[in-house]
Each structure stands twice: as C-alpha cells, then as structure tokens.
Write a protein that binds this ligand. Structure first.
Ligand code: F6P
Length: 749
C-alpha cells in the first residue's frame, strides 16, 4: 500500500498542477471565442436593421424608433441598443443602455480591442457599427449584448476540466497501482526466494522475470559467495567447534531441515541378557563419530537392527528413541534375514569390498549371490529413506562401503535430496579396484551422491582416477567434481575426528587412579610400564605385526621383560568370516608364544602381552588410555583410525606417547606421534623403547600439539564442513541459471 501511494501521490499532484494551470487558459480562450461570436452577431444585427433604422431616424419619429428598439431587444442576448446621429449628445436608445455609453465615448468600442464593459448586472459586450446609406441619415449603432452566460459557461467548463482531470488521475492511478502491484509481487517473491536460497529455476515468478532477474541473480550469487567465504574464514578462525556450532549451522544455514543418517551399524544395540535387556555401544569408529552429531541435530538414524532384543524395544514403526538415558534422536531399525546379512554384510561388504579397499594382503572374495543380496539390501534401505523423509529434499548422510549403490537409488526416488556419502575406509588405486566384477556399478552408485567424502586427498585422487578409468564421466580435476548423466558429484576430503572435549564420564577419574586400578586388575606391580592397543579384532589393524614389534622390543631391550606389559583390547568382530576366525587364532597363538618366551620367573611374573578379546564400554577404554604410558596403533591400512585421536583426547595430563602407523589417515594429521612402518618390527620396537624412555617435557610438548589439533579439528567440524558445503550446494542449485556456475566453482578441501 505504501508502495502504491509512492506512485499515486506524485501523479495526482502533477495532474492537479496541470489542471490549475489549464483552467485560466481555457477561460481566456472561451472568452475570446464568445467575444468573437458577439462581434459577428453584432455585425449581423447591424446589417439587418441598418436600412429600417435609418428610415425611422430619417422620418424623425423618436417614438417609432424607440418602439423599434424595444422589439429588437426582445432577443434574450441583446441587452440594449442605441443610436448616435452625431459625435456628441445622448444616444437614442432602448431603456437598458448603460449610462456609461455616450455618443462622445464610442471610440473605445470600435475596431479591435476590449469590447467588454463591466456593469452592475454583469459583463456586457458593446459593439459600435457605422451606419450609412446613400441619401439617408448616417450615424453609429450601439449594440450591447449580455455576457453573463459566458460566466456561467466558463464555470461549467472549469467544472468539466476538474472532473476530467480527476477521472484521468483515478484511471492512471488505478492502472499504475495494478501494474506495479503485479510486477512488484513477482519481483518481491523472486527476490525473497533468491535471498532465502530456495528459488528454483522452474518457479513461475523466477521464470517469468527471467531476463530481468539474470543480472540481479548474478550479483546476488556473488554476494552470497562473498558472505559464504567470510563465513568460511570465520569457521577457519573458530578454534573449537561444538555441538552448539553444529546446531547453529543446522538451524541457520539449513533452516532446521531434518537429517537422515544411514549406516549398517546401529549406535545402540539391545541385547537380551537372561531376564533383562542390556544396551550395548558397538566398537565402531563410524558410530563414535556419528553419534555426537546425531545428538546435536536430532533426526533419524536408519540402521540394521542386529541385537537380540532390538525388536522388543521398537514401536509400531520400528523406531526407538536414543540415547536411552536422555533421548535426543530416533533409530529406525531395518530387519535383515540371515541370508541377507550373510550375503550383503559378511559376504559382499566384508569379504569383497573390505579387503579390496584395504591393502592388507587378504584376497577379496566376490560371489554373485552376495552381490544380489548387496543390491537388494541397498534397495531396502533406499525405501526406508523415502519412508523416513518428511520432505522431498532431505539431507541424507550415507555411511560407508555397505551402501555404495544407495546414493544412486535415493536419487532415483528423491531427485531433490542432498545425498552426502562418506566412505570411511581407504579407496585403492584404479588397478587394485578394477578386479571387482561389479566395479562400474559401484562407482556409478556412489556418483548418485551430491558430495562424496573421503578421509584423505590420496583417497579422493584414487577415486577420481578410478572414475576416469571406468566410466564415461567428465572429471574436473581443478574443482574435483565428476559429472555423470547431467548430475554433478563433488569429491572432497573431510578428515573424520572425535567428540571434543570428552565428557567427565570419560576423563573424570584422575590419571593416577586409572593407573592404579588397571595395574591392580592385571596384577601388575605399582611401577610397571603399560602399553595399550584398542581395536576390533580385524586383520587390517596390524595386531600380529604389533605383537611382533613387542617381541622384538623384548629381544633388543630385555630390561623391559617383567617391567612392561602391553594390554591389547580386541573387540570381537565379523566372527563368522573364516579370515577373521583364523586371524583371531593367529593373534591368540602369537600372544601366547611371546608370553611364554618372555614372562619372567617361569610365567609367574607380568606377561609382555595381556590380550582381552571382549567387548569394553567406552569409559573402560578411556580408563586404559589414561593409565597407559604408550598407545600403539599399527594398522596396515586405515582410513583414519580414531583410536589415535581418542588416546590424545583422554590425556588431559599431557603425558603418554602415541606410536602411529604411517598407513593410517591419522598419521597425516599427527606428525608429533612417533610414526612407524608396522611391517618393520625393528623400527617399531625402537619407537616403543623411545616412547617408554621419553622425558616428561618431550611427552608434554608432543601431546600439547596433538591435543590442539584434535580439539580444533573435532567431529563437529568434520560434520559442520560437510553440512555447510551441502547448504551452499542446495542454495546454488536453486538459483536460476546459476546451476551451471555452481557446478564449476568451489574448492576441494
Ligand atoms: O572402518 C570402517 C568401519 O565402518 C568403521 O567406521 C567401523 O569402526 C567399522 O568399520 C565397523 O565395522 P562393523 O560395523 O562391521 O563392526
């Protein structure tokens, strides 16, 4: 309304000024016309009555002339008439002839000039005509016309002019307001949509205003880009990311949109233990990383319900609220038949893809029956994603190698979804990957993602090289974007991390107490040195190599015999796979042999290796981290390895040394650890000795640097970076004509 007034008011004012200026002009013009008419009329009357009047005058009968004048002045316009025979004296006249008109002042009414005479009864028009006719008398005829009708007409004209301009103003205002409102509404809606970031090129207002929008949209995009870069640099400058920062991103950048996570492993497993149900937290890096994210952003976590009591605790829609002590989000459980689990999880995922992606010298096994199950289970999860999404464009975080086909399937069912796939394990070089019989389908399935994340740049490089080798896709190596069938996937490096800072339930117990308790539980003397290893019992973790390094340490530095024990916590995993069974047997046998060889006092003293193949709760794991002098991570190949980061997080006393395999993603971020080649037992033994003899000052210096890094690059930052990139992508993808620009900009990092 205010906008319309802004148009209408000036318009009305301009038209009123016009009307004001025009009325006197119109008045003058009409007066001139009427005077001219009067002149013509007077001429006509004079010509008509000249002869009879002169005859009357010549006859000398003043009474007859007066009667003649009375007859003529019956005409309503002719006000009075007079006749002057000479240049002086009173005129012979009808009764109403004004006294101002005398025979001696007629000159002013002759010829051109002002013939209007103001009188008490209104304006009069006075015309003087010379009369002559051969032989008859001569004189001047005075014709006086009443002009009061001119005033009336002029009044009427003014009124018409006023109505005309008022009508014109109303009509123009109406048209202007309607057009302005229509155009403005479209503009405003389009602008709003652009600014909110949810404009779609097919939106009518965007489409209709397309050419006009183009330059503005471009400017806006630049503006958004600048703001985003500013926000990014603020993020870089932000030292500690927290659950709060993540929530702020979700509510600000993503306007509170629901997040769906899909993973095979569920974060809480309900197990039947006799009469009661126990809740277990699985030993999984994926769960360690994703769980705090879900607590921060709520949403739904879709996962395989693998616990013996999982069905007993879900509602009618297979949902269960977690964490049990303080529900913050829900798990949607999917049920798999034993055949499906055997084919999809144990078979294709863990006997095929797992060894394929890890260079750990275990041959992958590919069976077409497993592949069929893998495909079918991926489809089952895709349907669950559709069931759980509240909008047609959810943000779906697909986790890991169990779901290589899922991004493409989700895209087919929910084309507007933003699918972020994170591949938690390494990606091998194209030669190694190409031994997989379904290599093209796997890579194609992953390219259904909007963003595809790996832990390290070399995994991104290997993936992009693999795409280049296998598919007819366009690979942009500058921006690390892959276009396939019109869809673009950004391939990015997002090094995963852990929750920071750890809660009091993890680090609440003093280090000295942790040490005392662990020593007491394991019958170790009070000054005994402790090493710690925490892994799933998986051949990629290099547990065998780790034990060989400990054996070598005892060989090279026998002073550690009876003074140092290495506690290996090994969570049972994938035990129905043969390779894992033989690996467990090998680990047990090796530990037994080394203990046999190096236990002091005929096996009565503390053994070099304390092997605990059982599930441990997270707080128990942290107690061990805090008790240890050294933590040894010897993976033969690992995407990241979060044990290394957990150990650092546990050591708020800034003590303890990390010995870390060079084949973990973590080694690229933690150069202050003692970096080793796990295949080189001698080198590892030397590193262990160095760690056990390191001065407290050096321990503190190293630990401080590592703690600063893990604190800054924690799991909230990891998730926040992905979600921010997704938010930018969603906003850009919706700008008109700019989808193309969106596919070419951005950085890989
Ligand atoms: O390393 C890949 C990964 O998904 C980890 O994130 C996790 O620790 C592990 O595998 C889980 O394995 P599973 O779910 O088979 O026990």
């Amino acid at each position: 309304m205010r906008l319309s007034l802004r148009f209408v008011l000036p318009l009305v004012l301009v038209l009123a000024a016009f009307a004001y200026a025009i009325v006197p002009l119109v008045d003058q013009l009409t007066l001139r016309w009427f005077v001219r008419d009067m002149d013509i009329r007077a001429e006509l009357i004079a010509n008509t009555i000249a002869e009879p009047l002169l005859e009357q005058v010549a006859s000398g009968s003043k009474a007859k002339t007066a009667a003649f004048f009375m007859r003529i002045t019956q005409d309503e316009r002719l006000y009075a008439i007079g006749y002057c025979a000479g240049a002086t004296g009173a005129p012979l006249a009808s009764t109403l002839l004004p006294g101002d008109i005398r025979c001696d002042n007629l000159a002013r009414f002759e010829g051109a000039g002002d013939h209007v005479l103001k009188s008490a009864s209104g304006p009069l028009h006075v015309a003087v005509k010379r009369l002559s006719s051969g032989g008859l008398a001569e004189g001047k005829l005075v014709l006086v016309h009443d002009m009061s009708f001119v005033e009336r007409r002029s009044e009427e004209t003014r009124r018409y002019v006023f109505y005309f301009f008022a009508g014109l103003a109303a009509a123009i205002s109406l048209i202007t307001v309607v057009i302005a409102q229509l155009a403005w509404r479209g503009w405003v809606q389009g602008m709003r949509a652009l600014l909110r970031g949810n404009a779609r090129p097919d939106q009518p207002e965007i489409k209709s205003a397309h050419p006009e929008f183009r330059p503005i949209a471009r400017d806006l995009q630049r503006l958004i880009h600048d703001l985003e870069s500013e926000a990014r640099s603020r993020d870089e400058g932000q030292t500690t990311w927290t659950a709060e920062s993540l929530r702020a991103i979700l509510q600000g950048e993503l306007r509170g949109e629901d997040i769906i996570i899909v993973s095979n492993r569920e974060p809480y497993i309900h197990q039947q233990k006799g009469e009661h149900i126990e809740v277990q937290r699985p030993a999984s890096g994926l769960v360690t990383a994703m769980e705090p994210i879900m607590r921060a952003c709520s949403g739904t976590w879709i996962a395989h319900g693998s616990g013996s009591a999982d069905r007993a605790v879900v509602d009618a829609h297979d949902h269960v609220q977690v964490p049990p002590e303080k529900p913050a989000y829900q798990i949607r459980r999917l049920w798999l038949t034993p055949e499906e689990e055997a084919g999809y999880y144990f078979g294709f995922a863990n006997e095929g893809l797992w060894p394929l992606c890890h260079i750990a010298h275990v041959r992958p096994t590919f069976r077409s029956a497993d592949w069929a199950h893998y495909e079918a289970v991926n489809r089952k999860f895709a349907r669950a994603v559709v069931e759980e999404s509240k909008t047609p464009a959810p943000i779906v975080l697909v986790q890991d190698y169990h779901f290589a086909l899922l991004p493409r399937m989700i895209r087919a069912l929910l084309p507007e979804a933003t699918v972020i796939m994170f591949w938690h394990i390494p990606w091998p070089n194209p030669e190694s990957f190409s031994i997989c019989p379904w290599r093209e389908q796997i890579v194609d399935g992953m390219l259904g993602s909007s963003i595809l994340g790996f832990h390290t740049q070399s995994h991104c490089n290997n993936f992009v090289d693999t795409v280049d080798r296998l598919l007819e896709a366009r690979v942009d190596r500058e921006s690390y974007r892959v276009s396939l069938g019109g869809h673009v996937t950004a391939v990015r490096r997002y090094p995963i991390s852990i929750d920071w800072p750890p809660g009091p339930e993890m680090v609440g117990k003093p280090v000295a107490d942790c040490r005392a308790e662990i020593r007491a539980k394991n019958d170790l003397p009070h000054d005994h040195a402790i090493g710690i290893g925490v892994d799933r019992l998986d051949y990629t973790k290099g547990i065998v190599e780790r034990f060989r390094a400990i054996e070598r340490l005892m060989e090279l530095k026998p002073e550690w015999i009876g003074r140092f024990s290495f506690i290996q916590i090994a969570a049972p995993t994938r035990s129905s796979i043969e390779e894992y069974q033989s690996h467990e047997a090998q680990v047990r046998a090796l530990a037994a042999r080394i203990n046999e060889r190096f236990s002091p006092s005929g096996r009565a003293g503390p053994p070099p290796i304390i092997l605990k193949i059982e599930h441990h709760e997270q707080w128990q794991v942290y107690e061990h981290y805090r008790a240890a002098d050294v933590c040894f991570v010897s993976s033969l190949h690992d995407g990241m390895n979060l044990v290394a980061k957990e150990f650092i997080a546990a050591r708020d006393d800034e003590r303890g040394v990390l010995v870390l395999s060079q084949f973990t993603g973590a080694a690229r971020e933690l150069p202050e650890a003692l970096i080793v080649n796990p295949y080189d037992a001698g080198q590892c033994a030397a590193a262990l000795h160095l760690a056990l003899t390191m001065t407290e000052t050096e321990q503190r210096d190293r630990m401080r640097l590592m703690r600063r890094l893990v604190g800054e690059f924690n799991v909230y930052r990891w998730a926040g970076r992905m979600l921010l990139d997704a938010a930018i992508m969603r906003r850009r993808g919706r700008l008109p004509e700019l989808a193309a620009v969106a596919t070419s900009g951005g950085s890989n990092g």
